[in-house]
Design a protein around this ligand. Structure first.
Ligand SMILES: O=C[C@H](O)[C@H](O)COP(=O)(O)O
Ligand SMILES: C=C(OP(=O)(O)O)C(=O)O
Length: 436
């Protein structure tokens, strides 16, 4: 039972009685997603594992309650839709769109404390747990925040559904998604592609083709299934099948810091029917990985398990081949995707936690090279991004350098690609996909 197993990275809630009340309340709330949608996503991920589709998973490192606004959500959706169009058009392949959205409110941390000017306080662990303000009161975990996490997830999902089903994501709006963003080489390149798409759609319509299917898109939600009190309260028995689903998101993933074979996270996620992701870092051994797959996907079900490799640009070409080879040899039908962010973080000279776009691109290249050499499928991309013009990652066509980081550094945890850097990455991935 997961409750009796070691669970890393959990908050020390100060008041058990309040936690109990909150989780009972959460357990009575309606599901945020429908189990049938999770099944659809699983089928699509199965197609991606066969090389018939590509997964694009992206969003904030840490969503915040304050930034769950219409503008911020719209910009993120627009960015993901634009990236998806670039990939679909460039690679002639369906793209599965999954947000790190509507639930990404808790963070594992390297250190339980943060020290500023000699004062040490508990680290910020995400809005579902404590507040970012650097005061002793703010940093105390508060279980009532779990209710706010649920409610903010619900309102975010509501807007996502409205945007993606209500006309905003209609492919005829392909130019609209580019509006409002500052002019850049990536936007200009996008505009050229959007014109080609327009022309192709007019051609199809003139030939009497049915373009109705292009009016809406399916957009799925995902987050790290870190906070066991929350994830358990939102695990329900599906009335159709009598099996458990985590109804807080379509897909949940297990982080690099909490994927212990005998740990509570792996145990809980092994019991739900959702598609599950798991981060795979540079220290993973083939033997450990095979045992984790045995536990999480004992029935070898395509689409069930997505392995999210996060190695670092300098390491991926050395470590990933052995892991992919071992999994392939055993005939395990996993989907491999790359997270080129988490292995490439460092502190800049001016003290900002940052990443170089060049390293991100190089890790993606390495991911494609490894799969090309082994004849396996590079099935997707997992990125921390925002639709806003932040200055958190170095490089790109704007040439953001260390001195620029201070201009608009807004993340509360890890640095995200801004809108333009995200588009640049999408163009590169589209080229690599089309070369395959
Ligand atoms: O997003 C991932 C982790 O939460 C993050 O990298 C940890 O960051 P830290 O090393 O600043 O705690
Ligand atoms: C914590 C994260 O990554 P990882 O588990 O790979 O460090 C994350 O993706 O937010």
């Amino acid at each position: 039972m997961w409750r009796d197993l070691p669970a890393l990275q959990q908050p020390e809630w100060p008041d058990e009685a309040v936690l109990k009340e909150v989780t009972a309340e959460l357990a009575a709330y309606p599901p945020l997603v429908f189990a049938g949608e999770c099944d659809d996503l699983r089928d699509r991920l199965a197609a991606a594992s066969r090389g018939e589709a590509f997964l694009l998973q992206g969003g904030d490192c840490a969503e915040t309650f304050a930034e769950a606004t219409a503008d911020r959500i719209r910009n993120k959706i627009k960015t993901i839709l634009q990236m998806a169009v670039v990939l679909t058009y460039g690679a002639s392949m369906p793209v599965i769109k999954v947000g790190r959205m509507a639930g990404q409110y808790s963070k594992p941390r390297s250190s339980p404390t943060e020290t500023r000017d000699g004062v040490a306080l508990p680290a910020y662990k995400g809005d579902a747990i404590n507040d970012y303000d650097f005061t002793p009161e703010s940093r105390i975990p508060d279980p009532r925040r779990l209710l706010r996490a649920y409610n903010t997830s619900a309102s975010t999902l509501n807007l996502i559904r409205a945007f993606t089903k209500g006309g905003f994501a209609d492919l005829r709006q392909v130019h609209e998604w580019n509006r409002g963003f500052v002019k850049s080489p990536a936007n200009a390149r996008y505009e050229v592609m959007a014109r080609d798409i327009d022309r192709a759609m007019r051609f199809m319509a003139a030939c009497g083709g049915d373009t109705d299917a292009l009016r809406t898109v399916d957009f799925y939600s995902s987050h790290e299934g870190l906070l066991l009190d929350y994830e358990r309260a939102l695990t329900r028995i599906d009335s159709r099948t009598g099996t458990p689903y985590n109804v807080s998101a379509h897909m949940v993933w297990i982080g690099e810091r909490t994927r212990q074979l005998d740990g509570a996270h792996v145990d809980l996620m092994s019991r739900v029917r959702n598609p599950i992701g798991m981060k795979v870092g540079p220290k993973t051994t083939p033997d450990e990985l095979l045992r984790l797959i045995d536990k999480l996907d004992p029935h070898r079900e395509p689409g069930r398990l997505t392995l999210i490799s996060r190695m670092g640009a300098g390491t991926i070409r050395d470590v990933l081949p052995g892991l992919v080879e071992a999994v392939h040899r055993e005939g395990m039908p996993v989907l491999w995707i790359t997270d080129p962010m988490h292995g490439n973080t460092f502190e800049s000279a001016s003290g900002y936690k940052t990443r170089r776009l060049d390293d991100v691109l190089d890790e993606v290249r390495g991911f494609f090279e490894v799969h090309a050499a082994l004849g396996t499928v590079p099935g997707g991309l997992h990125v921390e991004l925002t639709g806003d013009d932040v200055t958190e990652c170095l490089g790109g066509s704007e040439r953001i350098d260390d001195a620029d980081l201070a201009t608009r550094y807004e993340t509360l945890c890890d640095p995200r690609l801004n809108h333009q850097q995200s588009l640049e990455l999408a163009f590169l991935v589209a080229e690599m996909l089309s070369e395959r």
